[in-house]
Design a protein around this ligand. Structure first.
Ligand code: GDP
Length: 735
């Protein structure tokens, strides 16, 4: 019950009836104060609010409550108060005594327990928090089921009073700081005080069983990652059951009929997906398959993949691909890998190497064997019973079924009908489908499944947690949304400040950074994120690539409207286009780039960036002239100082312009820089003189020409950035 909602009358009545009133936060205290001050004196009102706080929450005895009429307030001046505080012999006031007792006790007093009421009854009103700094948003604490409020307070550094006022708002009952709180409530508390959490689930007392490994395929572009995944997918359970090639759904399982074991492959090759998932705390991958083409050897992205696997502390199994090619040289690849510090089994290390051909589907069984062996070494186990913990691998929007997410269960069992919170979305699991599209009612560890029934589209890497009720799910999802929004605003503010600083520095440098707003649409969430990340790599000091929106599905009318509103172009990757869509895009004069190959997309956007870039103004030598003779023209007073020196020159290279900046060099040393005061050819003023011609030139303040001096004419040119692509397939904008 939030006091502020009662109003003056409600408070009065409740108080007269001797009801126990909860402790009110400072803001409410002020509110009561202002409500009462309209009819009573301000000071009385304030005392009243304080009075409620003094008795309300901590008083165990209702009977001892005085009636409203017995409130007595005494006023002293600030000076008297200050003097009294300093007096060591003075007697402590009733309130001070009370404060001391509370301090020494350090506990909450008991209050009446709430009974048979659902945990969330009243609408949730977030408490107003005094502090929310950048430091807090970056802090992460571990929370677990059944932790005490005191433990939570210690871990987060937040006071018990603040935590309790939040609990009160969410309708939770905690009679002492030693009471256990549920993991969801702990997370909600953390969200409200702006701290990140890691949910820790105890495996104590539950059955721990071996689980299949989850594998990610990585390697250099064109070394055959996609082909290898395709070949493996064709041997997968889903393909066998579906009688052929299945569609790309984020993950698939390859089963070993003899041993009954299986391997789960993540279906998104590439490093962006891997690091994106890891950045969001989703450590799903157990083993990395490093694909190296036997005819190409170790390349930059091979090294990048090794670095990713090492930093994630994930073991590698090397698959030397394209062994069917005539130019294949697996031994060379092994030597190169050894030189990079990969301790291959052949040389006494523990990294397994398998020679395969994705095209001919040879060596796949050996690769699967190697992966299972690695899994046995790793002793992969998971809790099978209890609430599921899972991660989103991919999410998409289906016209008929709504938001769908492919998830991999990490621990526990996901059961159909459960309420889940995924990232900041929530839902009730209407259906769980395995990778063959068959409906199932549960999913166990390492099992990729597609879930249906979500209210919104989650992101790859989001965690999936099971909660006990719809109210909990809504509450947690709201809490997370608020936290994400606060984090987003904080980040946006930081980015804004950084951008302002950058702009300031840039305007000093002579150019202003322009923005290229982009809307990304793709077939699946994971790809949309990967495309957005790839586009961001084209950020340059001159053009800021701003991904204003990224989503799943074809380019819609609202995308066009959004693009038109913010002057954005639309990148449609792997989505169907054409027809009326193209027409409306043309009508809305929005540029839409349809692509299926990431490199072609980056090339197009790279060229657009170059076109949009303001460029940097630079001085360039437009021409060079040599001084052949010097003429002096005396001034009116005919004194030496009053005269002007004219350099008789011959243009040796390029052209000399009247509007250009002149630079005088003697023996290679620059002696003077200034503007051109006069440029004449055959006594005629001219704007420019070309190569091989003679001219007379007067330079600003400079009179001391010598025969043999070189005069350079400098012209300002606008230098645009360049779109550069390297052999490895990496692209960048070079300014
Ligand atoms: P990714 O960029 O690493 O995903 O590479 P892809 O799977 O797209 O393969 C790049 C090229 O290599 C394609 O033209 C494939 O047909 C070819 N390729 C892939 N695996 C093999 C293989 O085992 N043998 C041969 N000869 N070609 C292959």
């Amino acid at each position: 019950m939030a006091l502020s909602h009662l109003g003056k009358k409600g408070i009065e009545t409740s108080f007269k009836r001797g009801l126990v009133l909860p402790r009110v936060p400072a803001s409410t205290e002020r509110h009561i104060s202002s409500t009462f001050s309209k009819s009573t004196s301000g000071s009385v009102a304030f005392s009243f609010a304080r009075y409620i706080n003094g008795f309300g929450f901590s008083s165990p005895n209702h009977e001892s409550f005085p009636t409203f009429t017995s409130i007595r307030c005494f006023h002293v001046s600030r000076e008297t108060l200050a003097r009294r505080k300093e007096d060591p012999d003075r007697q402590l006031s009733h309130r001070e005594l009370k404060k001391q007792t509370v301090k020494t006790k350090g506990k909450f007093s008991k209050r009446e327990k709430k009974t048979d009421k659902p945990p969330v009854e009243a609408p949730y009103v977030p408490p107003r928090l005094q502090r929310l700094a950048k430091g807090l948003a970056e802090k992460t604490v571990d929370v677990f089921e059944g932790m005490t409020l005191l433990e939570f307070s210690k871990r987060t550094g937040e006071s018990l009073a603040v935590l309790q006022s939040i609990l009160l708002n969410v309708g939770e009952t905690v009679s002492s700081e030693f009471d256990a709180i549920s993991i969801d409530v702990a997370e909600l508390l953390a969200m409200e005080i702006g701290i990140n959490v890691r949910r820790q689930h105890t495996t104590e007392g539950s059955q721990i069983l071996p689980r299949p490994p989850v594998v990610t395929v990585m390697g250099h572009v064109d070394h055959g990652k996609t082909s290898l995944l395709d070949a493996l997918r064709n041997t997968s359970v889903a393909a066998r059951e579906a009688g052929g090639i299945t569609q790309h759904v984020g993950a698939f399982v390859v089963g070993m009929p003899d041993s009954g074991t299986s391997i789960t492959f993540l279906d998104t090759p590439g490093h962006a997906a891997f690091s994106e998932m890891r950045a969001r705390g989703a450590a799903v991958t157990d083993i990395v398959v490093l694909v190296v083409a036997a005819d190409d050897g170790v390349m930059p992205q091979t090294l990048e993949a090794i670095a990713h696997a090492r930093s994630a502390n994930v073991p590698i199994v090397v698959a030397i691909n394209k062994c069917d090619k005539p130019g294949a040289n697996p031994e060379r690849v092994k030597n190169q890998l050894a030189a990079e510090g990969i301790e291959l089994e052949d040389i006494g290390g523990n990294v397994q190497v398998v020679e395969v051909s994705a095209m001919k589907s040879t060596g796949l069984d050996k690769l699967e064997e190697a992966l299972l062996l690695e899994a046995v070494d790793m002793d992969l186990k998971a809790r099978v019973e209890g609430p599921a913990q899972a991660y989103v691998v991919e999410a998409r929007l289906d016209k008929g079924r709504g938001p769908l997410a492919t998830i991999i269960v990490k621990a526990g069992t996901l059961v159909s009908g459960h309420h889940v919170v995924i990232g900041s979305q929530w839902g009730r699991l209407r259906a769980i489908r395995d990778m063959a599209g068959k409906q199932t009612d549960r999913a166990t560890p390492a099992m990729p499944v597609e879930i249906e029934g979500l209210k919104g589209l989650p992101m790859a890497g989001d965690d999936v947690i099971v909660v006990e009720s719809e109210e909990r799910a809504k509450m947690l999802s709201e809490g997370r949304k608020r936290k994400y929004e606060r984090d987003r605003l904080l980040k946006a503010e930081e980015a804004r400040v950084a951008e302002a600083e950058k702009k300031e520095a840039e305007s000093e440098e002579g150019f202003v950074r322009v923005e290229l707003p982009i809307i990304v649409k793709s077939d699946v969430q994971g790809t949309a994120q990967a495309v957005a990340d790839a586009l961001r790599t084209l950020n340059s000091p001159q053009v800021f690539v701003n991904i204003v929106h990224s989503g799943v599905g074809a380019v819609s009318h609202s995308d066009l409207e959004r693009a038109q509103a913010c002057g954005a172009c639309i990148v449609a990757f792997n989505v169907k286009g054409g027809g009326s869509g193209n027409l409306s895009a043309a009508q809305a004069s929005v540029k839409v780039f349809h692509h299926r190959v990431i490199y072609h997309l980056l090339e197009d956007i790279g060229n657009l960036i170059v076109e949009k870039a303001p460029g940097v103004s630079e001085l360039e030598v437009a021409g060079e002239a040599e001084v052949l003779s010097i003429f002096k023209v005396l001034g009116k007073r005919r004194s030496e100082e009053d005269g002007v020196s004219i350099a008789g020159c011959k243009v040796m290279d390029g052209r000399v312009c009247r509007s250009g900046m002149m630079r005088l060099l003697r023996s290679g040393e620059v002696l003077f820089e200034g503007s051109c005061a006069s440029l004449k050819r055959e006594k005629q003023d001219v704007e420019q003189v070309g190569k091989g011609n003679e001219c007379g030139l007067v330079m600003g303040e400079w009179n001391d020409f010598r025969v043999g001096d070189v005069i350079q004419c400098m012209e300002a040119v606008i230098r645009k950035p360049k779109f550069v692509s390297s052999e490895s397939g990496a692209v960048r904008i070079e300014c």
